[in-house]
Write a protein of this length. Structure first.
Length: 315
């Protein structure tokens, strides 16, 4: 088959690798500048900062097999086994060079077309050689035998409308928490306690020290504001939101001074409701699967397993 995948985040990449393992031709389209989605890493000066997912855990044997291979490849390492008083002894994994390095590792032999915004999807005549059309915003068209869509569900719904495919209402109405994040480089180590992460702050869902985590040569931190704060300040002027976040971050700076800082917005950070199955396919349309972190759990593992499930449904 010729399979087109919309979105080159972890779900799309895992689906593509599984399809290619079965001998199919796969192309991925992503509007971003690089693959990975929320496996996102940014450089600020001499620092490296993860500004999306900070780590991942392993709960299933299926995902464990992939993580073990990534460890053997020298890409993934165990960061710690919990944070502060909440440490539970369960491994947390990070990625050498930042989370986006895992996405680049997975994409290295795939046909990933970044800076490619999918504008609409269409079904051609059932008797045609390739029943799916993927139209990009530059008016180019890609033909495919099957399709996997992995972008956030509101965007997926809009794309499938043009293909005259109906999604269950409880699926397309899935809403997402928003996240405002502050990224900062420092002139000395932060006050984030060992091993470099905090999950229990009332203002932040996570605070990460990237030097302590082992991905940055110089002190640098990322702070993810909690959903309520992010929602309240989402429409603030960027400078205002940045300054408010910086003030909230003061306890984690200690004696350090901020060298450079940036605000990052995640509109579709975390799905508020999880679909009970690992992917969704319409019962009356062949060659289509919808996947992502709203299926099989919102964590990194859920996104990976959802992509694998979507690929399995096509082969």
């Amino acid at each position: 088959m010729r399979v087109a995948i919309v979105g080159a985040g972890l779900s799309g990449l895992m689906a593509a690798l599984e399809l290619r393992r079965h001998g199919h031709d796969v192309v991925l389209f992503d509007k971003g500048r690089s693959p990975g989605g929320r496996l996102a890493t940014r450089r600020i000066g001499g620092a490296r900062l993860d500004h999306g997912a900070q780590f991942f855990t392993v709960r299933s044997e299926q995902f464990a097999a992939h993580v073990h291979r990534w460890q053997q490849d020298g890409v993934v390492y165990e960061w710690c086994r919990g944070f502060g008083a909440e440490a539970d002894g369960h491994p947390r994994y990070a990625v050498h060079g930042g989370m986006n390095a895992l996405a680049k590792h997975l994409a290295r032999d795939l046909d990933v077309r970044c800076d490619s915004l999918v504008f609409s999807l269409h079904r051609t005549d059932q008797g045609s050689a390739h029943p799916w059309e993927v139209k990009l915003d530059d008016n180019s068209v890609h033909h495919a035998d099957a399709l996997i869509v992995t972008c956030p569900l509101p965007q997926t719904f809009s794309l499938l409308v043009s293909a005259e495919v109906s999604m269950p209402e409880e699926l397309w109405r899935t809403d997402y928490d928003r996240t405002l994040a502050l990224l900062a480089t420092l002139d000395r180590p932060s006050a984030v306690p060992s091993p470099g992460g905090v999950q229990t702050d009332p203002s932040f869902t996570f605070v990460a020290d990237h030097q302590a985590k082992g991905i940055s040569a110089i002190p640098a931190i990322t702070l993810h504001a909690n959903p309520a704060w992010s929602e309240e300040h989402w429409d603030d002027d960027p400078v205002t939101a940045h300054d408010l976040l910086l003030e909230l971050a003061r306890p984690y700076l200690g004696e350090a001074q901020v060298l450079e800082s940036q605000l990052k917005r995640w509109r579709f950070a975390t799905p508020r409701r999880i679909w009970p199955e690992a992917h969704w396919s319409p019962p009356d349309v062949t060659g289509l699967a919808v996947a992502g972190d709203a299926f099989a759990g919102p964590r990194v593992e859920g996104a990976a397993l959802s992509g694998l499930s979507a690929a399995a449904s096509l082969v």
